[in-house]
Design a binder for this molecule. Sequence first.
Ligand code: 0PR
Length: 373
Amino acid sequence: MNEKGLFENEVLSLLKSAKQKDTSYDKVLSSMCTKPHPIAVKAHMQFIYSNMGDSGLFPGTKYLEEEVIRMMGDMLGDSSACGYLTTGGTEANIQALRTARNIKNKSNPNMVVPASAHFSFDKIADLLGIELRKASMDREFRVDINSVGNLIDKNTIALVGIAGSTEFGQIDPIDKLAKLAMSNDLFLHIDAAFGGFVIPYLDKKYDFDFSVNGVTSITSDPHKMGLSTIPAGGLLFKDEACLLPLEIDTPYLTIRKQYSLAGTRSGAAVAATYAVMKHLGHDGYRHIVKNCIKMTDMLVKGTRKLGVRPLIDPVMNIVALDVPNLDDVRKKMRTKGWTTSVTRNPGAMRLIIMPHLDEKIIDLFISDLELCL
Ligand code: 0PR
């Protein structure tokens, strides 16, 4: 670090040159995050020093968090659900499984997740000492329920279902998982980190949330399709008793107990989430999802004309395209400024159609893809 401080304009110019190296979202089709809604940015700045880790100092922000959890519960089939805003899907998944492990209290615990599960579950296995059992998928990339059943044994503590899988945007058969979970007395955690703000607003109805008997917890992230600022993940439990194993005494704070994994925690992201949810309402989110689905349909229609098919008909705004010479085509698309991603098995071009895109950019993507093929 320099001995003497720099002038503000010098620092700002350093920031500017760093920012110029960052990718603007204009041609990014690989990200589950997007530009936050302007009202979220305003709220974020207004609450920039609120710390939810010592929420007794910030009862106003704490109230906003309670309201967010109530609104998210309403979105996810139970407005009396409880929980808190995490740093993201990873923390929410960790905490859900931590509760399950501590309540079940087995000596060699294991969890059964779909092979499509996000890599946060590999972190969980390592951190929490829970053996990770990966169930195979059916042809449509949903978890195979027989495979899940075969992996359950006396040391299983939890099943995990994905509602909006990272690679394919697919929704597991949550109702069938719930039956299995209930008949084996297991936790059922739903990872809807991406899908939580999408699935309720799709034309087709899916049973994926607390309305399904047997679902014990849900991850749903406002900093993805919720259009909030980072860091805003969400963890909801059906039963308040699920928060108890996460509680820790905090004798010298203004609150007596804390159940988050993070200590100091952004109140700014809480206020941002409250602001954008209040401002958009169900109608606003429905409109955003509708627009993303319209662009997704356009994209698939356009690429089909080029002879490039999706591996499955998209369920939401995530597409896995079966592009020939994938690596080569992606490299060429990169030189034209496009950021795309890949699926693992089978390898395909993975595209996420976020609200920062528009129909013109989708048209441009299709014509550039045609050139690169
Ligand atoms: N669960 C699911 C289903 C996810 O897709 C993700 C993240 C998580 C959990 C973990 O969430 P956090 O990253 O908030 O902890 N899925 C994306 C991924 O890892 C996140 C992402 C976001 C990736 C923006 C790229 C990017 O530019 O692929």
